[in-house]
Design a protein around this ligand. Sequence first.
Ligand code: SF4
Length: 308
Amino acid sequence: MFPEYSHCQLCPRRCGANRLQGQLGACGESAQCRIASITPHFGEEPCLSGSKGSGTIFFSGCSCGCLFCQNFQISHGHQGNLVTPDELLYRVLQLCKKGVHNLNFVTPDHWWPHIRFICNEIRKSNLDIPFVWNTSGYSSLEQLREQTQLIDIFLPDFKFSDPALARRCMGDADYPKIARDATRLMADKVGFLRPWDTTGEMTATHGMMVRHLVLPGFVQNSLQILDWLAEDFGDAVPISLMSQFTPVPECSRQSFLDRTLAHDEYKQVCQRVGELGFRRVFIQDLGGDSDFMPDFNENQPFPGNLKH
Ligand code: SF4
């Protein structure tokens, strides 16, 4: 049904696995789609969760595969249930009936053919619900060009500006360039997230917002990403800054990234947000402490637990 899986080039690893014959790619998945959860989710930013929730579909496996993944049971452990394309479509349609504000495809890159099928079927049924591409930022430009023709909202999690850190965490020192090129293309094709409403009364319908999870011990990695965002997009680019890093068992095993974020570390990153003058920022609380907020009217503290 989906020939792209026969010599898979869906992500920058371009490993060429024949997933149709059951071979597992570096993402750990064959061509049989596996989902871990499909449910309304209220822990996204208010402009995505709204009052009825974001319709999240958590896919198993991951082409990025960070060692610290906050959803490691799904991305590395491959928890989930196999679904046929038609079963997936049925479950997505059921989710739509719950009134969710959008369909939020989480860790989607290695399942693009399935997702394209779902999106096309939903548009054929005249459902006008926004599609959200909730990605690691480790995206193939070739695939992205196709995705921007169907997907309405892009949420790239820009993880690394430091090539050595990227290599250690997910095995590809080119991640910073790949993610930077990907965010540029997303912004070029779909613009910035809109409408911009921090209360959740109006939910977003189009555009890009960049997420960034601050890593303990790597403040400079975060500061460089913020500098790049300012350089590439100016101060109006929507950003969601996350503080929720929690060490997973692999971090302890490697004695690396094996603690939570310190107050001073997060404060330095939040201060850079203020210095660069970003006007549209969600800033996640660090342990209920919201004194990191730069003093800009449009910026909002964000208590949610995004878990990705
Ligand atoms: S999506 Fe998976 S199988 Fe396809 S190129 Fe990437 S790692 Fe390989």
